[in-house]
Write a protein that binds this ligand. Structure first.
Ligand code: GDP
Ligand code: MG
Ligand code: K
Length: 295
């Protein structure tokens, strides 16, 4: 019987959340920005192996609020933390405990969910120092497990996964195995493209079009991120409108969307768009999944 469940990966900026996910998912997630502060939770990655599946989610509201929505987001985050199977609270062994950590721990006090203290960057500290840091955190909050790791070098990450599985129950595999990761910004990127299509075309193109980000790849540090996306329409007449004369419309959609996406990611991108007609796509489950969101 396979297991499955949700793990919230939380921690202040730069503790190594993205690095850990990359290590776990065995695939470079191109972007490491924490910029979009959505009010809902984002699926960061889906880890699948023989034992089952762990869906990693981010809860933006758990961080110190930066704007008016802060209180609302904090509430949403706290509800989420009660519902997940395990909370991975990632901290930085090199930096030690800070105000950002205290803010998060304060939110963790009131939940019954198992919380792991995951002490990252152990490659940067002496073992004696590590013990002091762990003690410092333990005085603030009771942890179900304490797991020192180096996400960057992969040290002890296997142990972390083993421990997570101990806290999961038998359950369905939520995602197909080949869906290694759901990029945090995937949903926003598709919305940006969709918005451009709707702005630049006429009423003949209905709001029901879908945009599916099929590929996100980065060839190396500093190089442009390749993004392949498909615009799905229901009728070939709509396809014609979106492509436009000599492809002019699609080019313009791509140009405008690229500007937005580059601003979102803080990185140069290469955007490849194509249009596909799929009758009744709305009845086909594939496009109905809500990217990165879980109510
Ligand atoms: P996030 O903001 O929590 O997602 O943090 P990132 O994953 O972007 O990591 C922030 C920085 O810490 C990057 O420069 C990483 O290379 C570095 N980092 C992450 N994990 C480790 C680790 O285990 N050891 C060391 N030395 N550096 C790490
Ligand atoms: Mg990150
Ligand atoms: K999804």
């Amino acid at each position: 019987m396979k297991k499955s469940g949700f793990a919230a990966l939380i921690g202040r900026p730069n503790v190594g959340k993205s690095t850990l996910l990359n290590e776990l998912l065995g695939q470079k997630i191109a972007i490491m920005s924490d910029k979009p502060q959505t009010t809902r939770n984002r699926i960061q990655g889906v880890y699948t192996e023989e034992r089952g599946q762990v869906v990693f989610i981010d809860t933006p509201g758990i961080h110190k609020p930066k704007h008016r929505l802060g209180d609302f987001m904090t509430k949403v985050a706290q509800t989420t933390l009660k519902e997940v199977d395990v909370v991975l609270f990632l901290v930085d062994a090199k930096e030690g405990r800070g105000r950002g950590d205290d803010f998060i721990m304060d939110k963790l006090k009131s939940i019954a969910t198992p919380v792991f203290l995951v002490v990252n960057k152990i490659d940067e500290v002496h073992p004696d120092e590590l013990l002091l840091i762990i003690d410092d955190y333990r005085k603030q909050l009771e942890f179900t497990e304490i797991i020192p790791i180096s996400a960057l070098h992969g040290n002890n990450v296997k142990t972390l996964v083993d421990q997570v599985f101990r806290y999961l129950e038998a359950g369905p595999q939520y995602y197909p195995e080949d869906q290694v990761t759901d990029h945090p910004e995937r949903f926003l990127m598709s919305e940006m493209i969709r918005e451009k299509v709707l702005h630049l075309t006429t009423e003949e193109v209905p709001h029901s079009i879908a945009v599916d980000i099929e590929q996100i790849k980065r060839r190396g540090e500093g190089s442009a991120v390749y993004i392949g996306a498909v615009i799905v329409v229901e009728r070939s007449s709509q396809k014609g409108i979106i492509i436009g004369k000599q492809g002019k419309m699609l080019k313009e959609i791509g140009r405008k969307a690229r500007e937005d996406i580059e601003a979102l990611l803080g990185s140069k991108i290469f955007l490849e768009l194509y249009v596909k007609v799929e009758k009744d796509w709305r009845n086909k489950g594939k496009y109905l999944k809500e990217f990165g969101y879980r109510e």
